[in-house]
Design a protein around this ligand. Structure first.
Ligand SMILES: NC(=O)c1ccc[n+]([C@@H]2O[C@H](COP(=O)([O-])OP(=O)(O)OC[C@H]3O[C@@H](n4cnc5c(N)ncnc54)[C@H](OP(=O)(O)O)[C@@H]3O)[C@@H](O)[C@H]2O)c1
Length: 251
């Protein structure tokens, strides 16, 4: 069994802890959190420490903390043996700053503590500094997910940009849609079937083929009418998106 220590107590750590607890292939021996803020959310049977001096001996240590802190945090780790990985989409593997072997264990999904997820479906992107560590890391990833990929740092960086467009930006579009609904006294629920269909459709056809709307049709009258009713960043985004769509479809 692979002995795992999980460092961090936020969104990613919470869901990883749940998946590790369920797996029969993993000996989830300890978790670390710098305070007790989220302790009530984690399984009480997993030993917890708030001191980096009392970390257990493990095969794999997973750092699931904020991107900006990974480098300085890992410098404080007194680990010579085993493999230390982080879970970030954009931080280079080399940012891990300790004597142990390095790697990346990036789960490509959006995680919030409050939202249930099925880990088996989540793509996990792996990278290791030393080839022989890859098998170990794959074993760990495959024990919680059916979607495991070997991806280098450059590919992961690009993948993260693609993920920002696919999830973070589209989610912000939903926020704008909801604001418009709220400002005009109708429920955002009315748009949910459309949102559902938008993501269903691209499972069957290329997103480029699935595009519809005034900008795709280059319908300038409607675009101008919409722009005249918008202001601030909503107007800027509408304008930029429309221009980009027109440019893409009217070459
Ligand atoms: N959320 C996602 O959708 C997602 C998806 C894929 C990958 N990731 C990656 O996974 C990592 C964690 O993301 P997250 O969403 O779980 O973040 P999060 O919910 O903000 O949690 C971050 C955790 O790190 C702890 N922490 C931050 N700085 C620390 C330090 N210097 N020393 C010790 N602990 C520290 C925080 O403790 P406090 O609560 O005390 O601040 C918290 O427990 C990031 O690298 C992120 O890029 C996130």
């Amino acid at each position: 069994m692979i002995r795992v220590v999980l460092l961090g107590a936020g969104n990613v750590a919470f869901h990883l802890a749940k998946a590790f607890t369920k797996s029969n292939d993993i000996d989830f021996i300890q978790r670390y959190g710098r305070n007790n803020k989220n302790d009530h959310l984690f399984d009480k049977t997993i030993p917890k420490t708030d001191s980096l001096n009392t970390l257990a001996k493990a095969d794999i240590y997973i750092i699931a903390i904020n991107d900006d802190s990974i480098s300085t945090f890992s410098k404080q780790l007194n680990i010579d043996n085993g493999l230390v990985v982080h879970t970030s989409g954009s931080v280079p593997m080399e940012s891990i700053n300790c004597k142990a072997n390095k790697g990346v264990f990036y789960p490509l999904q959006t995680f919030s503590i409050v939202q249930k997820i099925d880990y088996k479906q989540i793509p996990i992107c792996l990278e290791t500094e030393i080839k022989s560590d890859m098998e170990k890391l794959k074993h760990l990833a495959k024990s919680i997910s059916n979607n495991v990929y070997e991806i280098n740092s450059l590919q992961r960086e690009k993948l993260h940009i693609a993920a920002v467009f696919a999830n973070n930006f589209s989610n912000f579009m939903f926020t704008i849609s909801k604001d418009i609904c709220d400002d005009n006294d109708f429920s955002f629920d009315i748009l949910k079937p459309l949102i559902e269909e938008t993501s269903q459709k691209i499972k069957e056809i290329n997103p480029k083929e699935a595009q519809t709307g005034p900008a795709k049709r280059n319908d300038k009258k409607i675009i101008e009418k919409h722009l005249s009713q918008l202001e601030g960043y909503q107007k800027e985004i509408y304008n930029l998106m429309s221009k980009s769509i027109i440019k893409t479809y009217n070459k």
